[in-house]
Ligand binder design. Structure first.
Ligand SMILES: *Cc1c(COP(=O)(O)O)cnc(C)c1O
Length: 404
């Protein structure tokens, strides 16, 4: 059995598919905003598992709910009812103001489920001729890794040699409402979009974009599907990122932090009759809506609200953003963010962001580069002012270094 860091890396490299290029740290413990590696070094987690651990690592109340439920009942399948599903529905509907809920596991499954549901809605409610439903998506989107989803990605790396892909998707630029208006046809059933493009490098659309998007979708009877898998559940300083825009989606997708990082739990939420078109036998998942997932998600939602994590994300996010903007370094091209979803974009001449992430690791911060020149910063929402200030010092010394 492997034990040293190099042993772990060598064993992973030998047996694992090489579909990731992780930073060279082997983690073995986490608590709140902190994680520890196998050698006892402590790091501030500025990735939060791509925003799946908004509530902080190993939150004691979520842990207790998981252990308690695991002792009682873990899986029934949806062939039978379980006593956690109804309260989960009730609580997630109340929290998000939704009417219908479809529980799934991974984020990609929630996206796939939404695509199936809006197509069915298009044929059975909107009256689109069978087989002609069209869904509009944005360039530089990230909605997951299934075949259906990568088929409408614009990232060549994501698509190359995975085809053929499913038809029925039209790609428009993000942040451009006129492009949406032009793309809508009588067979358009939905517009699937992220409120802020996370994987693309925390791209925030122009003010007013989503107001126009909402109006266009309503005017043309097109379902607005917001993928809030990354932006949702407090990350941007509001429960849902749509609240910054003062709009409501027809379909909202949640995942990641819905379980506080304990377990894969995702959900399709709808305000319209989209989910109402699904009948027994037409869609499902063995693990979707299982009692363990429901108990964990209920606790994850509860602590988010009870412990003021959403408000804290707004306050600490503003502090972090201001601090990053104050860093005077000619490596920095742009600093942006909303709540605790932040990014520092480097000048191409500064060299790859990866090198800065590795330097940050040496200073006790784990962050991940995205798209070559951008460092994404997304700590758990339980971060304190002192921790933000400490992180800012590490960023300042690292970003003023010149690696080029
Ligand atoms: C992570 C993510 C997904 C996919 O979730 P998985 O659980 O990895 O399948 C979908 N959409 C967005 C916006 C994401 O950030």
């Amino acid at each position: 059995m492997s034990s040293s860091v190099t042993d772990f890396l060598a064993t992973e490299a030998r047996f694992g598919a090489h579909n990731y290029a992780p930073i060279g740290v082997v983690l073995s413990r986490g608590e709140g905003v902190w994680v520890w590696d196998t050698e006892g070094n402590r790091y501030l987690d500025c990735l939060s598992a791509y925003s799946a651990v908004n509530q902080g690592h190993c939150h004691p109340k979520i842990l207790a709910a998981m252990v308690e439920q695991a002792h009682r009942l873990t899986l029934t399948s949806r062939a039978f009812h379980n006593d956690q599903l109804a309260p989960f529905y009730e609580e997630i509907a109340a929290l998000t103001g939704s009417h219908k809920v479809l529980p799934m596991n991974s984020g990609a499954e929630a996206v796939e489920s939404a695509i199936k549901s809006v197509r069915k809605w298009g044929y059975e409610v909107k009256g689109v001729p069978d087989g002609q439903a069209e869904i509009i998506v944005c360039a530089d989107n990230f909605h997951g890794r299934t075949l259906g989803i990568v088929g409408f990605s614009t990232d060549p790396e994501t698509r190359k040699h995975f085809g053929p892909f499913a038809p029925g998707f039209k790609i428009i630029p993000f942040g451009n409402a006129a492009a949406l208006e032009q793309a809508i046809t009588p067979t358009t059933v939905a517009f699937l979009v992220e409120p802020i493009q996370g994987e693309a490098g925390v791209i925030i659309p122009p003010a007013g974009y989503f107001t126009e998007v909402r109006e266009l979708c309503t005017a043309h009877n097109v379902m607005l599907v917001l993928d809030e898998i990354q932006t949702g559940l407090g990350r941007t300083g509001k429960l849902l990122a749509e609240q910054h825009e003062g709009i409501e989606a027809d379909v909202t997708l949640l995942g990641k932090a819905l379980s506080g990082g304990f377990y894969p739990v995702s959900a399709v939420l709808s305000n319209s009759d989209v989910l109402g078109t699904l009948r027994p036998g037409q869609h499902g998942s063995t693990f979707g809506g299982n009692p363990l997932a429901c108990a964990v998600a209920r606790a994850a939602m509860r602590v988010l609200v009870e412990e003021g994590m959403i408000e804290n994300a707004a306050v600490q996010g503003a502090r972090f953003l201001e601090g990053l903007k104050d860093i005077r370094a000619n490596t920095i091209r742009d600093v942006r963010g909303r709540g605790l979803m932040l990014a520092v974009e480097l000048h191409p001449e500064a060299g790859p962001a990866r090198r800065y992430c590795e330097a940050l690791q040496g200073k006790g911060i784990l962050a991940k580069d995205t798209h070559e020149h951008t460092i994404r910063i997304a700590p758990p929402l339980v971060i304190t002012s002192d921790e933000v200030d400490w992180a800012l010092e590490q960023f300042a010394t690292t970003l003023t270094q010149d690696f080029s």
